[in-house]
Design a protein around this ligand. Structure first.
Ligand code: FE2
Length: 149
């Protein structure tokens, strides 16, 4: 979701979120740029899924318009490698399918596969996370429902 579309969504009363991370530019790309991978079978995940599907840690209930942290780790069962030739290039946070925050890691082997975004919500929302590996493409988390009290 592009910034202009998201801003239109805000004007319509959807969730408000602000990223607390710096956005950088990356020049690397994976072969399958157009595919977003998901966990196929929670009872029997593949090794790739264990290492690439992001996990979201956030409170299930929050107060209206009060900041809270959303922590994202990649992958949800096994920490993704961070090496000079194999690393997570970016981590995105989606609120009600709007891409509201993103952090990018320009080189491998320096930053771990984690991101924390501080956001606030004005109404119930569904969070998702996406992460892109330089070798294995883009992966999306399961949705997480947040209730606003
Ligand atoms: Fe990978």
């Amino acid at each position: 979701m592009k910034r202009r579309t998201f801003l239109k969504g805000l004007a319509a009363g959807s969730a408000l979120a602000v990223a607390s991370q710096t956005v950088l530019t990356s020049t690397a790309s994976a072969d399958d740029d157009d595919i977003i991978h998901h966990l196929q079978n929670r009872a029997n995940p593949s090794t790739l899924e264990k290492k690439h599907v992001p996990a979201i840690e956030a409170p299930s209930k929050v107060q209206k318009d009060v900041w809270f942290d959303v922590k994202i780790k990649v992958g949800y069962l096994i920490e993704h490698p961070s090496k000079f030739n194999h690393w997570i290039q970016n981590i995105e946070l989606l609120v009600d399918n709007y891409d509201v925050a993103e952090t990018e890691f320009e080189t491998g082997g320096v930053c771990g596969p984690y991101a924390t975004f501080r956001i606030k919500l004005s109404e119930n929302a569904v969070l998702k996370a996406r992460a892109k590996c330089n070798l294995h493409g883009e992966w999306e988390s399961d949705p997480v429902n947040i209730t606003v009290a």
